[in-house]
Write a protein that binds this ligand. Structure first.
Ligand SMILES: [Zn+2]
Length: 311
């Protein structure tokens, strides 16, 4: 089954990404004139106060207050024709900006959890965060070690010394809910907040298909041999620059053998208990990840559909 009816947080951008026109300098400059600017300082974004609301898309004048960017990139053009740009500024400027009183500085998770800006702007913020992180970590050529410079409106870095072009990357990560009849497998990583239980997850390795990564991680982390794998949905996850590929996987056994380096605990959970985890009514105060995370929707789909998620 798939999830077309639910918009996952950070997905669903309404922008035209203009991927074929990023080298058109005149176009990019024209989009800058009345831009919305998504400004990242360290791990947090600047939001402008607008009465009782907040706006992540700063005007050019507001962005100028934040100062010259370390890096900038064109995110795209919205339906009204305005350009959206990502800008990174040094985190040392945060205190002075906060002191003005007309901005707040908030990390992306909190922006999403608190619904501080509309969903389509959260998508722009997610793109900005992943892209700007990539720029920060790719200042030098991976081929020859010399400095690189941004090109293509921030969607490439070029090395003048050896001629290599470097493109932004997204790291694929599988997140899978293992199902054994009427139960699903939930686990705790040590870094989770106390009480939170989620699906297993891990990075796809070079040379691996998504299905193979799902089966390998399920076996490695929980000792469960896996059968069928069904794709569910995917979600951009800019922490720092992943895409989460959500799947269901059929467990061929329910005997757990936990990788204690990766996991603190894992156990089989009934649909009824999953409901309590999703609604925050669990007697032990255990809970599932919040709706901003695809894991929430994997668990919810299992509660609603049971083993028919494989159909
Ligand atoms: Zn080079």
């Amino acid at each position: 089954m798939s999830l077309p009816e639910t918009r996952l947080t950070y997905a669903g951008s309404a922008l035209d990404r203009l991927s074929e026109q990023r080298g058109d300098i005149a176009l990019v400059e024209s989009l800058r004139r009345d831009a919305r600017n998504f400004v990242l300082a360290g791990e947090s974004f600047l939001l402008a106060k607008r009465g009782d609301n907040f706006d992540a898309g700063l005007t050019n004048d507001e962005a100028a207050i934040a100062g010259e960017p370390l890096e900038a990139a064109l995110l795209g053009k919205d339906t009204s024709g305005r350009g959206h740009f990502a800008r990174a500024i040094p985190s040392e400027r945060i205190d002075a900006i906060k002191a003005r009183g007309d901005f707040i500085v908030v990390d992306l998770r909190s922006i999403a959890l608190q619904g501080l800006v509309p969903p389509e702007d959260q998508s722009s913020l997610a793109t900005a965060k992943a892209l700007l992180f990539w720029h920060e970590r790719h200042r030098f050529c991976a081929n020859c070690g010399k400095p690189t410079t941004p090109a293509q409106a921030g969607w490439r870095r070029d090395c003048a010394a050896c001629g290599a072009n470097h493109f932004p990357r997204t790291d694929p990560c599988v997140i899978m809910l293992a199902i054994d009849g009427e139960q699903c497998l939930l686990a705790r990583q040590t870094r989770f907040p106390p009480g939170m239980w989620s699906a297993l997850a891990g990075f796809v390795e070079p040379g691996e298909s998504i299905e193979e990564a799902v089966r390998r991680e399920t076996l490695e982390e929980a000792g469960i041999p896996a059968g069928r794998v069904a794709y569910f949905a995917s979600q951009p996850w800019p922490f720092p620059m992943s895409i989460m590929i959500g799947c269901f996987v059929e467990a061929k056994s329910n005997r757990l053998k936990i990788d204690e380096v990766e996991l603190e605990a894992a156990r089989w959970v009934t649909k009824d208990e999953c409901k309590l985890l999703l609604t925050g009514k669990h007697p032990a105060r255990f809970f599932a990840p919040p709706p901003i995370a695809i894991a929430h929707h994997l668990i919810k789909a299992f509660v609603e559909r049971g083993a028919s998620v494989f159909d």
